[in-house]
Design a protein around this ligand. Structure first.
Ligand code: SF4
Length: 345
């Protein structure tokens, strides 16, 4: 690995510390994101996974300061390129979004304005941040370059959204996301409404964009198989907590957290016929989380210590952390027994 690459890979572009987000309800606060911390490195693609309602999208909206009432950020620290996002004024945030931090929201392709041509929607984004562009030819060239980056033909310049396929619309949204050359792009379920072939094309587009522009990417999704092909690390969330973050090859070859293990086990295989595995039980009431470990009510390895002490992230390898007592040094024997029992069952 070259020195430059190594240095880039170790540069933190997004640093989230102890972020906590609640949604207020008459029956009490729902804890959507619970004191999560993670870093995104320069040029890295991080996959954020977990079941519906685990806080993935809320995390993304929190990072962008787009949490709507009755949601609110209780505490935390968010830094992008060392700039403190939570301390920004509305005007500073407005400039910051798209130029430093861009979001491709869930169902983005349906958020395109049906009454505006594609070119006008992209020009809107550029001019909202850079002011009226006098050189129309240069602006057109710039949009053609964006089209080329995301694999779209120039002929869509004058088209309306309804004239494009779902995959093309999604790539228009990616083009808008990178139009102002942000450091970080968050793609929230960018491929979920597409068929499998188009999903793959859109996923490849995201990676191509990342490689060409050197942006750092967070890809939120459910499809572990698809994420495995495009991300460098995977962050696994459960009920608002970050339970494991690891390089993608570690997650698939040797998942450590019991929840990550169950997630990997539940991926259907086309190579072998096996009963479909599910994560038994249901998530607790998010207004009233269990004491100790957040996963203990569904964990087959839980013991009394898990009910009284909350596990903290333990670094087990480079850029690999897991929050589970089985990886505390003093419980090494218990870990060996737990996983021997699982293997034999
Ligand atoms: Fe299971 Fe205990 Fe680990 Fe939580 S801390 S995942 S309950 S073994």
């Amino acid at each position: 690995m070259s020195e430059q690459k190594k240095r880039d890979n170790d540069t933190v572009v997004l640093d989230v510390e102890k972020l906590r987000i609640h949604y207020g309800t008459p029956a009490g606060d729902v804890i959507a994101v619970s004191d999560i911390s993670f870093q995104l490195y320069q040029g890295e693609t991080l996959g954020l996974v977990g079941e519906s309602g685990c806080g993935k999208s809320t995390t993304a909206y929190g990072i962008l300061q787009l949490i709507q009432h009755p949601g609110y950020i209780v505490h935390g620290e968010i830094k992008v390129d060392d700039e403190d996002v939570l301390g920004m004024t509305e005007e500073e945030l407005r400039k910051f979004r798209w130029t430093k931090l861009a979001l491709i929201p869930q169902g983005a392709m349906n958020s395109l304005n049906p009454t505006m041509r594609i070119k006008d929607q992209i020009i809107d984004v550029i001019e909202a941040h850079e002011g009226k562009q006098k050189d129309k030819e240069a602006l057109k060239e710039r949009i053609f370059e964006l089209f080329q980056t995301v694999g779209l033909p120039n002929r869509i310049y004058n088209m309306y959204p309804h004239e494009l396929s779902g995959g093309m619309k999604q790539r228009v949204c990616i083009a808008m996301g990178i139009a102002l050359n942000p450091s970080v792009v968050i793609a929230d379920e960018a491929t979920s409404a597409l068929d499998v072939v188009v999903q793959r094309i859109v996923a490849q587009t995201l990676i191509k964009v990342k490689d060409m522009l050197g942006v750092s990417l967070i890809v939120i999704g459910h499809d572990m198989g698809l994420l495995a092909q495009i991300v460098d690390r995977i962050a696994v969330m459960y009920a608002g907590k970050m339970v494991e973050i690891a390089p993608v090859e570690n997650v698939f070859a040797d998942p450590l957290h019991p929840y990550t293990q169950l997630l990997i086990d539940s991926i259907p295989s086309i190579k072998e016929r096996k009963p479909l595995k599910i994560v038994e039980g249901i998530t607790h009431d998010p207004r009233n989380p269990p004491s100790g470990c957040i996963f203990r009510l569904r964990c087959q390895h839980a013991w009394d210590h898990c009910a009284s002490v909350e596990p903290q992230p333990i670094q087990v390898a480079d850029k690999h952390t897991v929050a589970c007592h089985l990886y505390d040094e003093q419980f090494e024997e218990r870990r060996a027994n737990a996983f021997a029992a699982t293997t034999n069952s």
